[in-house]
Structures are given as structure tokens and as C-alpha cells.
Design a protein around this ligand. Structure first.
Ligand code: NIG
Ligand code: FE
Length: 411
């Protein structure tokens, strides 16, 4: 079958296991987060792009009419993975900066010296709309091969009207969920953050709100402060956007209380979050999105994901895929780090890259579970046991990817 055909029915048969986060609710917290349903010797039947049945091969009845078949011998089916935090719209690379950091320079020093994010801004502005579309398409393909069937991507490397809007259009055109990260850094042509925000909110937000689903801000020393983040998010909320924050990455600046106060969908990073922040987040409906690759690459402390989960917070995991702090598109690697560095179980990690990540994107009614009625987005693992998703660190664990009931990629 070629990927251009869209069979109305696809039977994935003879699977070693079909596995899904249990239940129907989202987000999933506490003890519920680790609950996983496993069907051994399984099949998954997809109809019209949705999952129609998940069951045991022994119970598979006769199917009349045309049915495309995909053999799953030796494979495990999981829901397609959901990457709820990426910066996939960028041009250029930061390999030279990577070397400088390997030699001891810090990420914050490079940023303050006009490198870091701002060097990607320069390359992204020069790429043009076609260049950006090609970049997102390339990154989307990398993500797909790692099992990601739903992705969010942020603007934030344009920071001018034309490039921010072109970035959001490119993300949407490639099937991503676009987030306007208009407050990522202060571009060099503005004297300070307030002057830049005057421009962004007046000139970019009205158009960005027509394309994006959410707005995001980098609340951090050297980026935007608490008052500026509030101003940016309140204006974005008034324009109809869901709210996200980059918070507590290097220092606590009040991101969690602000997220809770504004009813944000998520606060992301949390490497610097202390006990009060853990308690406040756990008592709220805001999802804590943890990004262990960024912590690992920048040599930061890992976010307190175990404490958050134990306190009853809703947590999600994401790659943070970007050219600086996390040049890694692999959610399987993220689940590995979750189990080895964050103290999460494989079941908790699975829930955090499926149903809870889908909730952050407002899509938990359609994606994140392998159950009747959900979109027929599946990852087939080359493994006899679904826990190889996290266990096979950095390996070729993804064997095939089905999206909307169609085989999109096979190794
Ligand atoms: O989430 N912290 C801010 N933004 C990104 C990194 C962006 C970059 O380095 O280009 C992050 O880690
Ligand atoms: Fe990020």
C-alpha cells in the first residue's frame, strides 16, 4: 500500500500487544496516570480514519467487503504519540554554539551576548515563507519517524510581523497545532521588552490570533518579566488564544501562580520549580509540561516530575525540539529519560506523551488513546512488549506509523 491510498478500512492484525492509557478522562493524574490496558495477541480495526475495534485475534469476526491488512507480527501498537511542545519552525543550525557549550560556555551567557535564540532569529528571517514551510515539513517527517502523529509547534524565531505570521502559516500548512510565541526574546531593533510588546500586541496579535491556537511567553530573567508576561497573555486570551508559558527554566519568576491565575493550559520546563510551585500546580488544572532533553542538554537539574505526579499534578512530557537547547525530535527518547531521570514509570510516561499531551492541545477527545472512536493514529513498535518504547534508549524502536487509518511510514 502506498501512502497516497486511504483505505476506508485497515486491519492491523496479529499484534503482540495493543496498548492504551486506561479510562476516558483527560488529563489523567495521580495513580490513574500509570494505568495502562494491554490486549495480548491483538488486532486493531480502523474505519474511515477512526478506530472501530481493538480486540484479541481469537475474537476477530469475519469482515465483509474490502479491508486492507497490515501484519503486526512481533509488533506492539500504541496510540500515536503527541508532542505538545516543539519549536519546529526554524532555519539554520547552532552546531557552532553546541561546540561552545561543550567547551564550557553557558546557554544564558550566549543568549545575553546576542547568540542563542537571536542567532536562529536571523536565519529564520532570511528563510522566506517557502523555506520555512520546507523546514517544518522536514522536521515533521523526523517526528513522524519517531512515532509522533500530532505535534504542536511555536513561532518565536521571527519576532517581526512577516516572519511570525509566515511561521504560523507554515506550521498549520504542515498539519501542526500552531502556537504564537511572540514573546520569546526581545529582537535587537527594539530598545527594551516593553517597546517590543507594544509592537507585537498591536501589529502581530490580531493576525496571529486567526492562525494560532495558543500563545506562549518565555518568562525568565533576560527575556520577559512577570508584568510583561501577564500583559502579553491577557491580550492573547482576549484575542481568543489558549495560554502556555515557558516558566521556571532557570529561575522562579512567578510563572506557576500566573498560569493558575490566568487559567493557562500549561506551564512548561519547571527545572527550577520548588516545593511551593509543586503544591500550587498540583492544586490547579494547569498541566506541567516537563522537557527532560532540554535539562539534560543544558546540564540543568531535572524538573521535579516525580514530586509533581505524587502531589497529583497533571503532567505531560514533550521534546522541546529546537536548534538550541533540545535538538531532538524523539518522544521515545523523552520517555526513556522520564523513566531513568525523572522517576516516572513506563505507564506514566506513556500517559504523559499521549492523553495528557493531547489535553494540552485541546484534542484529548480525538487523540491520545487506542480505543474506539479516537482517530486511527497508531505507532507500531518493533518489540514484544510496549515498555520497549522507553526501554530501548535511542534505538530504532518505531517500526511503522499509521495516521488517520493510513500507513504513513514503515521502516
Ligand atoms: O524552550 N527557553 C526558551 N526557548 C527554547 C529554546 C530556544 C532556543 O534555544 O532556540 C526552550 O528551551
Ligand atoms: Fe520550549
Amino acid at each position: 500500500m502506498t501512502s497516497s491510498e486511504a483505505p476506508s478500512r485497515l486491519l492491523v492484525r496479529d499484534l503482540a500487544q495493543a496498548v492504551t492509557p486506561a479510562g476516558r478522562e483527560a488529563p489523567v493524574r495521580g495513580a490513574d496516570l500509570g494505568q495502562v490496558e494491554v490486549v495480548e495477541d491483538a488486532y486493531v480495526l480502523c474505519e474511515q480514519g477512526r478506530i472501530a475495534e481493538v480486540g484479541r485475534m481469537a475474537d476477530l469476526g469475519a469482515l465483509d467487503g474490502d479491508v486492507e491488512e497490515l501484519h503486526g507480527r512481533g509488533l506492539c501498537a500504541l496510540p500515536g504519540l503527541v508532542d505538545c511542545h516543539t519549536h519546529a519552525c526554524f532555519a539554520g543550525d547552532r552546531a557552532a554554539e553546541f561546540e561552545l557549550r561543550a567547551r564550557g560556555a553557558s546557554y544564558e551567557e550566549l543568549h545575553a551576548a546576542g547568540g542563542g535564540i537571536l542567532s536562529t532569529v536571523e536565519a529564520t528571517r532570511a528563510a522566506g515563507e517557502d523555506g520555512l514551510r520546507n523546514a517544518v515539513a522536514r522536521h515533521r517527517e523526523w517526528m513522524l519517524r519517531s512515532g509522533t502523529t500530532t505535534f504542536e509547534a511555536k513561532s518565536g524565531y521571527g519576532l517581526d510581523r512577516e516572519t511570525e505570521l509566515a511561521s504560523l502559516r507554515a506550521i498549520k500548512a504542515e498539519g501542526g497545532s500552531p502556537t504564537w510565541l511572540g514573546a520569546h526574546a526581545v529582537p535587537p531593533e527594539y530598545e527594551n521588552a516593553d517597546a517590543y510588546l507594544d509592537f507585537a500586541l498591536a501589529e502581530v496579535l490580531p493576525e496571529a490570533a486567526k492562525i494560532a491556537e495558543a500563545a506562549d511567553v518565555f518568562l525568565e530573567r533576560g527575556a520577559f518579566d512577570l508584568d510583561q508576561a501577564r500583559r502579553y497573555l491577557e491580550a492573547s486570551c482576549d484575542a481568543g488564544l489558549a495560554l502556555r508559558l515557558h516558566g521556571d527554566q532557570f529561575s522562579e519568576q512567578g510563572a506557576i501562580p500566573l498560569a493558575v491565575d490566568l487559567g493557562a493550559r500549561s506551564v512548561d520546563h519547571l527545572e527550577a520549580t520548588g516545593d511551593d510551585g509543586v503544591r500550587t500546580l498540583a492544586a490547579s488544572d494547569v498541566v506541567g509540561v516537563v522537557l527532560p532533553v532540554a535539562a539534560l542538554v543544558l546540564g540543568r537539574p531535572m524538573p521535579p516530575a516525580r514530586a509533581l505526579a505524587d502531589a497529583g499534578a497533571a503532567i505531560a512530557l514533550a521534546t522541546d525540539f529546537n536548534p538550541g537547547s533540545a535538538f531532538c525530535e524523539s518522544l521515545p527518547i523523552v520517555t526513556s529519560l522520564a523513566c531513568t531521570q525523572l522517576g516516572l514509570s513506563p505507564g506514566e510516561a506513556l500517559g504523559a506523551v499521549t492523553v495528557n499531551a493531547a489535553h494540552v492541545l485541546g484534542r484529548a477527545d480525538r487523540v491520545g488513546r487506542l480505543a474506539p472512536g479516537y482517530d486511527a493514529d497508531l505507532v507500531l513498535l518493533d518489540a514484544p512488549d510496549w515498555r520497549h518504547l522507553a526501554y530501548h534508549f535511542g534505538g530504532e524502536v518505531v517500526s511503522a506509523v499509521v495516521r488517520s487509518g493510513r500507513l504513513e511510514w514503515r521502516r
